[in-house]
Design a protein around this ligand. Sequence first.
Ligand SMILES: NC(=O)C1=CN([C@@H]2O[C@H](COP(=O)(O)OP(=O)(O)OC[C@H]3O[C@@H](n4cnc5c(N)ncnc54)[C@H](O)[C@@H]3O)[C@@H](O)[C@H]2O)C=CC1
Ligand SMILES: Nc1nc(O)c(N)c(N[C@@H]2O[C@H](COP(=O)(O)O)[C@@H](O)[C@H]2O)n1
Length: 217
Amino acid sequence: MKPYIHLNSAMTADGKIATSNSSLQISSKDDLIRVHKLRCKYDGIMVGINTVLIDDPKLTIHKIDAKKEDNPTRIIIDSKARTPLNARVLNDDADSVIVVSKKAPEDRVDKLKNMCNVIVAGEDQIDLPLAMSKLYDMGILSILLEGGSTLNFSMLKDKLVDKLSVCVGSKILGGFDSKTLVDGEGFNPSECINLKIENIEKIDDDILVEYRIIYEN
Ligand SMILES: NC(=O)C1=CN([C@@H]2O[C@H](COP(=O)(O)OP(=O)(O)OC[C@H]3O[C@@H](n4cnc5c(N)ncnc54)[C@H](O)[C@@H]3O)[C@@H](O)[C@H]2O)C=CC1
Ligand SMILES: Nc1nc(O)c(N)c(N[C@@H]2O[C@H](COP(=O)(O)O)[C@@H](O)[C@H]2O)n1
């Protein structure tokens, strides 16, 4: 069994979610309030290690009133156990789970184990289906996936994402190396993932598009 997984992201009108090495504020204030209301509904919020290294996100509910107990578990996909010990995702505001692979250096894993829950899934990269199954068994039945581009690709490739919502901000970033909603190796044209629009909404100067994901076999 796996958790229900909702991928939420913000991209520019030209499909970028960040520069090659820094984050980008795309969502309007009202869209961020929507995201924080969404965070309340999920058991976990998950990101890839590069997002932690670049953004140092809090991954808590902090843009609307919420109690500490309302914060979802923060989940980091971090094969080599590179999460810095002073990263905000390891503070006391919420529980955290770091998912590492068997290749993660033992000393790093031991240090992280002093600060949060660490689970192992995969030989080198994270085996995402196995990780999702382990998280489900821990009681994490729903996850809000918040990027970045590389993790988004792997999660879609493994057919683990159930719903996608994208905030399209009224900005253009451009750039050959800027990150897009989904990077990774990409799909063959015949294997593109099809989406079905469920809702479209204007939020300030942003457009929110919500999709159901249709995986073909
Ligand atoms: N605008 C938005 O909504 C958001 C933007 N971002 C941006 O995305 C950027 C980071 O994205 P990326 O560099 O693509 O990194 P990422 O955050 O997707 O992390 C990818 C890394 O996770 C590790 N990993 C281990 N197993 C993996 C697996 N099976 N599949 C995929 N990754 C695996 C690898 O070290 C890999 O390089 C940041 O600049 C951040 O600001 C991140 C989240 C949301
Ligand atoms: N929804 C959304 N809109 C944007 O414009 C963004 N740049 C992001 N980024 C994601 O949010 C994380 C920051 O979370 P905290 O406020 O620190 O809790 C960041 O790491 C990205 O995952 N999201």
